[in-house]
Design a binder for this molecule. Structure first.
Ligand code: ATP
Ligand code: MG
Length: 443
């Protein structure tokens, strides 16, 4: 108990939590560093990958790099904004611009900067002279008064902000939006938020004399479809960074570096660490999750653990409940049946699958034949469990979904089976052994 209090679990499983050791992603960082010095800006960045591969963490790291180079970072997470309209997106950006400017103007001087840091002095002066003109109300008034479509009005505001960036002699503006799959254009509603954003940024990048303006979008793999479906020539405008699982070497580093500081008092053998490394499959969320569970189990077990004691059944329960449960709980019984067919398909090693692959399984056509399998796939994509890959096939959005589905189904089957077996007897208080009947010699 005492040891538990002294040792803080270093791992950070969770959405966007900075890991104790950021492994890999070096090419992406190198490329971004170059972009910050690129004049003029000709490319933007699209970060995509499955759930939990580290998109938000990379974005946070880029933010740190950009701010360190005196860029204005304007951004947000769009996950709450289902069905964004152009108008709502424009207002979102105005809010983020105003917040980023206010933060920049009130920032304390960077550590190590000269006392007469000219940037700080410029910002202080601008705070006094222009602070109000760059506040949300002023930007919104400018947006409303500007003529034209939402994209024209957004351009007017962005032009105003780039002139601030220029006067303050900042590096430029980064507009960064996470969960950008929510930005998809919806021609049926005549709403084109993604096109509006890209057009506005492209206009800034084409225009002469503007400060650099760089767009970073991050999201699940179908963000790429959302992008290519826009009315603009987007493919050439973006450098796509597809985040995948980490290499074995990087996984080992991400797992063992934080643990090294705790050994001793904790002890984990190489065979145990190798097992944990295998379990993660190189997926960043799983590295943090299993790392954290390992520390907990080591602490509970007096600091050491035999390789076959990990993971405990409750660890797997927690894994399934955390990463997968929200989406699983939104499915019907029939969809679960279909999911279990996907999870046990013949070629489960291939990441994606089609309706045809599923129907090849024994008994599947009788249940889900004809158009039903495709309808099922569409419904599961709507619930966010799978997404359509570029080749018209589908894949899971959460890595290792197959294993989780199989565990869930077998757990549900166990519960089901327990109701089929004969009812258990209520445990009764053990009856005292029957006293041997006294022999009655007489009756
Ligand atoms: N390079 C890395 N090294 C070690 N751990 C990492 C790395 N990148 C991310 N992680 C960890 O992985 C987990 C998931 O990261 P993050 O939230 O950035 O993923 P994501 O791709 O944004 O997921 P989602 O699609 O659900 O938003 C976090 O716990 C984070 O600490
Ligand atoms: Mg994220």
């Amino acid at each position: 108990m005492e040891r538990r209090k002294l040792i803080e679990n270093p791992y950070r499983p969770g959405a966007g939590h900075l890991p104790p050791f950021l492994a890999g992603r070096l090419d992406e960082q190198r490329f971004f560093k170059r972009m910050l010095h690129q004049q003029p800006v000709t490319e933007n960045v699209l970060i995509t990958g499955l759930r939990g591969v580290g998109k938000t963490v990379l974005l946070r790291h880029m933010r740190h790099m950009a701010e360190h180079n005196d860029w204005l970072w304007v951004g947000n997470d769009l996950s709450e904004s289902a069905a964004l309209t152009e108008e709502r997106l424009a207002l979102r950006i105005l809010t983020d611009l105003a917040a980023a400017i206010a933060k920049k103007l009130s920032e304390p001087m960077t550590e190590g900067a000269e006392p007469t840091s000219s940037l700080k002095h410029r910002l202080d002066r601008m705070q006094q002279t222009e602070g109000d003109a760059l506040a949300y109300d002023a930007l919104k008034a400018q947006y409303e008064q500007a003529p034209g479509l939402p994209s024209d009005r957004l351009k007017a505001v962005l032009t105003r902000v780039t002139s601030f960036v220029q006067k303050a002699r900042l590096g430029g503006i980064v507009l960064a939006y996470d969960e950008a799959q929510c930005l998809s254009d919806r021609a049926d509603h005549n709403e084109f938020p993604m096109s509006m954003l890209i057009e506005s940024v492209a206009a800034m990048q084409r225009g002469e004399g503007f400060s650099p303006c760089l767009l970073i979008l991050s999201g699940l793999p179908h963000v790429f479809d959302a992008l290519t479906a826009t009315r603009t020539y987007t493919e050439r405008m973006f450098r796509v960074m597809t985040l995948d699982r980490l290499s074995r070497e990087d996984t080992w580093a991400a797992l063992t570096t934080p643990l090294a500081a705790l050994m001793p008092p904790l002890h984990a053998s190489d065979s145990l660490l190798n097992k944990v490394c295998e379990l993660t499959g190189g997926y960043p969320y799983l590295i943090q999750f299993f790392g954290s569970e390992l520390v907990e189990q080591l602490l509970e077990n007096g600091g050491t653990l035999a390789t076959d004691q990990f993971p405990s059944p409750s660890t797997l329960d927690r894994l399934d409940a955390g990463l997968f449960a929200a989406r699983w709980n939104r499915t019907s019984d029939r969809q679960r049946e279909f999911l279990s067919l996907i999870a046990s398909r013949q070629n489960a090693r291939s990441a994606d699958f089609s309706a045809g692959d599923i129907l090849e399984q024994p008994g599947a056509s009788a249940e889900f034949g004809g158009p039903v399998a495709n309808q099922m796939l569409l419904a599961l994509a709507e619930r966010g469990l799978i997404y359509r890959t570029r080749h018209g096939r589908y894949a899971f959005t959460v890595p290792m979904s197959e294993l989780m589905i199989q565990r869930r189904m077998s757990r549900e089957q166990d519960v089901e089976a327990s109701w089929q077996s004969p009812p258990p007897q209520m445990a009764r208080k053990a009856e005292p052994p029957a006293k041997p009947k006294k022999k009655r010699w007489f009756s």
